[in-house]
Design a protein around this ligand. Structure first.
Ligand code: RB5
Length: 145
Protein backbone atom coordinates (compact mmCIF):
# COMPACT_ATOMS: atom_id res chain seq x y z
CA UNK A 1 0.00 0.00 0.00
CA UNK A 2 1.43 3.35 -1.09
CA UNK A 3 0.63 6.51 0.86
CA UNK A 4 0.12 9.62 -1.27
CA UNK A 5 0.11 13.24 -0.20
CA UNK A 6 0.30 16.59 -1.93
CA UNK A 7 -0.62 20.22 -1.61
CA UNK A 8 -2.46 22.22 -4.29
CA UNK A 9 0.75 22.64 -6.32
CA UNK A 10 1.18 18.89 -6.47
CA UNK A 11 -2.45 17.98 -7.00
CA UNK A 12 -2.36 17.54 -10.81
CA UNK A 13 0.84 15.49 -10.76
CA UNK A 14 -0.60 13.36 -7.97
CA UNK A 15 -3.53 12.53 -10.28
CA UNK A 16 -0.96 11.35 -12.86
CA UNK A 17 0.74 9.22 -10.21
CA UNK A 18 -2.64 7.77 -9.21
CA UNK A 19 -3.39 6.87 -12.85
CA UNK A 20 0.04 5.20 -13.07
CA UNK A 21 -0.48 3.20 -9.87
CA UNK A 22 -3.94 2.10 -11.03
CA UNK A 23 -2.50 0.97 -14.37
CA UNK A 24 0.16 -1.06 -12.54
CA UNK A 25 -2.36 -2.50 -10.06
CA UNK A 26 -0.57 -0.93 -7.09
CA UNK A 27 -2.80 -0.15 -4.10
CA UNK A 28 -2.63 3.35 -2.70
CA UNK A 29 -4.23 5.57 -0.10
CA UNK A 30 -4.53 9.28 -0.85
CA UNK A 31 -4.16 11.45 2.25
CA UNK A 32 -5.05 14.63 0.33
CA UNK A 33 -5.27 17.34 -0.63
CA UNK A 34 -8.31 16.54 -2.71
CA UNK A 35 -8.63 19.76 -4.70
CA UNK A 36 -6.53 22.52 -6.22
CA UNK A 37 -7.50 25.06 -3.56
CA UNK A 38 -4.55 26.59 -1.77
CA UNK A 39 -3.59 24.61 1.32
CA UNK A 40 -0.61 23.88 3.57
CA UNK A 41 1.75 21.07 2.54
CA UNK A 42 2.76 20.04 6.11
CA UNK A 43 -0.78 18.79 6.80
CA UNK A 44 -0.67 16.25 3.99
CA UNK A 45 3.01 15.39 4.31
CA UNK A 46 2.51 14.54 7.96
CA UNK A 47 -0.66 12.49 7.37
CA UNK A 48 0.97 10.33 4.69
CA UNK A 49 4.21 10.03 6.66
CA UNK A 50 2.37 8.82 9.77
CA UNK A 51 0.72 6.12 7.68
CA UNK A 52 4.15 4.92 6.51
CA UNK A 53 5.70 5.19 9.98
CA UNK A 54 2.86 3.17 11.55
CA UNK A 55 3.13 0.42 8.94
CA UNK A 56 -0.34 1.10 7.53
CA UNK A 57 1.43 1.88 4.23
CA UNK A 58 4.67 0.38 2.95
CA UNK A 59 6.04 3.48 1.26
CA UNK A 60 4.90 6.95 0.31
CA UNK A 61 5.02 9.51 -2.46
CA UNK A 62 4.68 13.20 -1.67
CA UNK A 63 4.32 16.09 -4.09
CA UNK A 64 4.38 19.84 -3.62
CA UNK A 65 5.73 22.66 -5.79
CA UNK A 66 9.39 21.91 -5.16
CA UNK A 67 9.18 18.74 -3.07
CA UNK A 68 11.13 20.60 -0.41
CA UNK A 69 8.51 21.67 2.09
CA UNK A 70 6.55 18.45 2.04
CA UNK A 71 9.72 16.34 2.44
CA UNK A 72 10.85 18.53 5.35
CA UNK A 73 7.50 17.95 7.04
CA UNK A 74 7.58 14.19 6.43
CA UNK A 75 11.13 13.88 7.77
CA UNK A 76 9.96 15.29 11.11
CA UNK A 77 7.93 12.11 11.65
CA UNK A 78 9.87 9.45 13.54
CA UNK A 79 10.85 6.58 11.27
CA UNK A 80 10.57 8.49 8.02
CA UNK A 81 13.36 8.79 5.49
CA UNK A 82 11.93 10.95 2.74
CA UNK A 83 14.11 11.71 -0.31
CA UNK A 84 13.31 14.75 -2.42
CA UNK A 85 14.45 13.76 -5.92
CA UNK A 86 14.56 15.38 -9.34
CA UNK A 87 16.34 12.61 -11.24
CA UNK A 88 16.12 8.83 -11.58
CA UNK A 89 19.65 8.19 -10.31
CA UNK A 90 18.88 9.86 -6.98
CA UNK A 91 15.53 8.07 -6.75
CA UNK A 92 17.30 4.73 -7.30
CA UNK A 93 20.10 5.46 -4.83
CA UNK A 94 17.65 6.68 -2.21
CA UNK A 95 16.39 3.11 -2.13
CA UNK A 96 19.66 1.21 -2.64
CA UNK A 97 21.78 3.16 -0.16
CA UNK A 98 19.41 5.13 2.09
CA UNK A 99 16.41 2.78 2.31
CA UNK A 100 14.17 5.81 1.75
CA UNK A 101 10.58 5.00 2.60
CA UNK A 102 9.14 8.12 1.02
CA UNK A 103 9.83 9.90 -2.26
CA UNK A 104 9.12 13.61 -2.61
CA UNK A 105 8.72 15.24 -6.01
CA UNK A 106 8.50 18.89 -7.05
CA UNK A 107 5.67 19.31 -9.53
CA UNK A 108 7.06 22.70 -10.54
CA UNK A 109 10.54 21.24 -10.99
CA UNK A 110 10.12 18.08 -13.05
CA UNK A 111 7.71 17.06 -15.81
CA UNK A 112 5.19 14.24 -15.54
CA UNK A 113 7.25 11.82 -17.60
CA UNK A 114 10.30 12.08 -15.36
CA UNK A 115 8.14 12.04 -12.24
CA UNK A 116 6.48 8.75 -13.21
CA UNK A 117 9.84 7.21 -14.10
CA UNK A 118 11.14 8.19 -10.64
CA UNK A 119 8.06 6.62 -9.06
CA UNK A 120 8.68 3.42 -11.03
CA UNK A 121 12.34 3.29 -9.99
CA UNK A 122 11.53 4.12 -6.37
CA UNK A 123 8.89 1.41 -6.08
CA UNK A 124 10.95 -1.28 -7.80
CA UNK A 125 14.38 -0.86 -6.23
CA UNK A 126 15.49 -2.66 -3.07
CA UNK A 127 17.80 -1.68 -0.23
CA UNK A 128 21.32 -3.08 -0.55
CA UNK A 129 21.91 -3.40 3.20
CA UNK A 130 25.45 -4.24 4.32
CA UNK A 131 27.50 -1.14 5.09
CA UNK A 132 24.50 0.99 4.15
CA UNK A 133 22.46 -0.65 6.88
CA UNK A 134 24.94 0.62 9.48
CA UNK A 135 24.73 4.15 8.07
CA UNK A 136 20.94 4.19 7.90
CA UNK A 137 20.82 2.96 11.51
CA UNK A 138 23.10 5.87 12.45
CA UNK A 139 20.62 8.26 10.82
CA UNK A 140 17.76 6.75 12.78
CA UNK A 141 19.78 6.84 16.03
CA UNK A 142 19.70 10.63 15.77
CA UNK A 143 15.96 10.47 16.46
CA UNK A 144 16.70 9.02 19.88
CA UNK A 145 19.05 11.80 20.96
C1 RB5 B 1 3.21 26.41 -2.61
O1 RB5 B 1 3.14 27.63 -3.28
C2 RB5 B 1 4.65 25.97 -2.47
O2 RB5 B 1 5.32 26.82 -1.59
C3 RB5 B 1 4.73 24.53 -2.03
O3 RB5 B 1 4.07 23.74 -2.94
C4 RB5 B 1 6.12 23.94 -1.92
O4 RB5 B 1 6.87 24.21 -3.06
C5 RB5 B 1 6.86 24.24 -0.69
O5 RB5 B 1 7.95 23.72 -0.43
Amino acid sequence: MIALGSDHAGYDLKQEVIAYLKEKGVEYKDFGTHSKYSCDYPDFGEAAARAVASGECDRGILICGTGIGISMAANKVRGIRCANCSDCYSAEMSRRHNDANMLAIGARVVGGGLALKMVEVFLNTGFEGGRHDRRVKKIMDIEGR
